[in-house]
Design a protein around this ligand. Structure first.
Ligand code: ATP
Ligand code: MG
Length: 196
């Protein structure tokens, strides 16, 4: 591997298909290269930290905590992830912008991004109307309802946030489209980025 960085950050708005594309790409890599890729999730890490501290009881309560608390937990989660990503090929699954009552909380602020030193930031995008309908049909999660127009603006802001991480860390930024019914296509691109 000519690249000394191990981590690819995969981001995008809720319901765009990050977790689905990541799981498919990791299966492809295991099958084709016989390699295991570590999947790290900033939200899961934050949830476990907040749960252990007795701050919340379920995952969807995370984004409703006061922003100062979210930031505190986010910092701890970022540190834990940076440590785990030092020794193995890893994907970090995270939100770019988290809608709070006090504006967007940035998922990858400087003090989370810099310690992780990603080689690439992959931004998963999909058609805004498809995202709205995917969110409504996924019964395993309690997602906030949003209008298609809001989803479009949210996706545009995610591009700016992804580029900011590139500016801070030197990571490349790659946009991958997750087309309806074509998860494998998006996963193939992610697998290539990871194995580059
Ligand atoms: P969150 O940020 O909330 O964790 P996510 O970005 O990880 O969301 P997923 O949970 O992977 O999104 O996907 C959301 C829903 O969309 C799931 O029900 C999934 O099966 C479906 N989905 C994902 N990609 C596609 C696709 N290309 N075509 C059709 N359905 C899809
Ligand atoms: Mg997910």
């Amino acid at each position: 591997m000519s690249e000394s960085r191990n981590v690819v950050i995969v981001t995008g708005i809720p319901g765009v298909g990050k977790t689905t594309v990541i799981n498919t790409a990791v299966d492809m890599i295991k099958e084709e290269y016989g390699e295991e890729v570590l999947i790290l999730n900033i939200g899961t890490e934050m949830f476990e930290i907040a749960l252990a501290k007795g701050m919340i009881k379920d995952r969807d309560e995370l984004r409703k905590m006061p922003t100062s608390k979210q930031r505190e937990v986010q910092r701890l989660a970022g540190e834990a992830i940076a440590k785990k990503g030092k020794s193995a090929r890893a994907i970090v699954d995270t939100h770019t912008l988290i809608q709070t009552e006090n504006g967007f909380l940035i998922g990858l602020p400087e003090w989370v991004s810099r310690p992780i030193q990603p080689k690439t930031v992959v931004l998963i995008e999909a058609d805004s109307a498809n995202i709205a309908s995917r969110r409504n049909s996924d019964e395993t999660r309690t997602r906030d309802e949003q209008l298609v127009d809001d989803i479009r603006v949210h996706q545009e802001m995610c591009r700016a946030a992804a580029v900011s991480v590139g500016t801070l860390t030197g990571a490349t930024v790659r946009i991958i489209k997750n087309r309806e019914g074509l998860v494998e296509e998006a996963a193939r691109e992610l697998a290539e980025t990871l194995m580059e």
